[in-house]
Design a protein around this ligand. Sequence first.
Ligand SMILES: NC(=O)c1ccc[n+]([C@@H]2O[C@H](COP(=O)([O-])OP(=O)(O)OC[C@H]3O[C@@H](n4cnc5c(N)ncnc54)[C@H](OP(=O)(O)O)[C@@H]3O)[C@@H](O)[C@H]2O)c1
Length: 330
Amino acid sequence: MEYRALLVSEAQEKQFTAQVTTLDTDNLPAGEVLIEVQYSSLNYKDALSASGNRGVTREYPHTPGIDAAGIVRESANEQFSSGDEVIVIGYDLGMNTAGGFGQFIRVPAGWVVRKPKGLALRDSMCLGTAGFTAALCVDKLLAAGLEKDHGEVLVTGATGGVGVVAIALLSKLGFQVVASTGKPQASDWLRDFGAADIIDRAEMSEENKRPLLKERWAAAVDVAGGNSLLNILKTLRYGGSVAACGLVESPVFQASVLPFILRSVNLLGVDSVELPIERKQAVWDKLSSEWQLESLEKMVTEIGFDELAASLDKVLKGQAQGRYLLNLQS
Ligand SMILES: NC(=O)c1ccc[n+]([C@@H]2O[C@H](COP(=O)([O-])OP(=O)(O)OC[C@H]3O[C@@H](n4cnc5c(N)ncnc54)[C@H](OP(=O)(O)O)[C@@H]3O)[C@@H](O)[C@H]2O)c1
């Protein structure tokens, strides 16, 4: 069966081109479940894959897209039947397995989550991996003992996908949220999602040799890494936690043990990709019920194949604000 997809190819050595083309489902990888993708979304990792980053995708030609939501068309696994509405995020989807920027994917059943009743397929991809990861960060902070009366919670990379969903979710749960952003012009937009205060990203990434700074944050969701993560550790209040999920500033930071042994702070690692499927299902179930966000539509720009390449470029350059939803039927 023929379908449309974005195909990234290496035209000349280290020169990559991306174009929308017609492919055939016969050439999809082996797998138990064939899914007709209705929606996908754009993540930083997709922008890397689409620009030829071999740390993400080893072999080209390739169709990126780490997120997909759609309808099962064929299943060799008894857990799924034709017509089921499902979500696939992470594992190898879009990395070295043809991903959600095509109208069909074929994947192992172990990657597939049944779409919860309370969440539309479209809404699941308004969230996508970024929104799912924000929820995972919040889940980890709560499990580490965070409570509403502990004080302010910081979110870095606030206008990005993880950031804006983390702000909306923490604010819905009654936390006092402070947004760190490099886009001061987006302050009102961030307040609309529940940010009580805004700080400049440059303030967070400032170098400071002192091993501890004045305590401020009860907790933090950090997508930056680098100096920002170091400064968060130095400014967490006694017993506070940071959920670290990203590296937009830097994958490297040079911490001292003092915040850990003098203030008993917690550095919580967050990975959405290899998370066991039962945990993935549980987080999606939460996002469809008590954590359902009313503000999803406001954070999303819907695009079709025509706008895909330009939007990926914006994500790669850190210029995107909120989430891009890809409608594969348009
Ligand atoms: N661990 C996981 O499972 C997982 C899952 C999803 C994403 N991630 C990672 O989380 C990070 C954010 O993902 P995303 O989808 O939210 O990306 P995104 O939508 O591209 O947003 C990233 C945001 O970070 C801020 N930023 C950009 N350059 C920066 C810099 N040099 N220093 C500090 N902040 C900068 C910008 O927000 P402001 O202008 O508002 O500061 C930007 O909008 C990425 O590193 C991604 O790989 C990890």
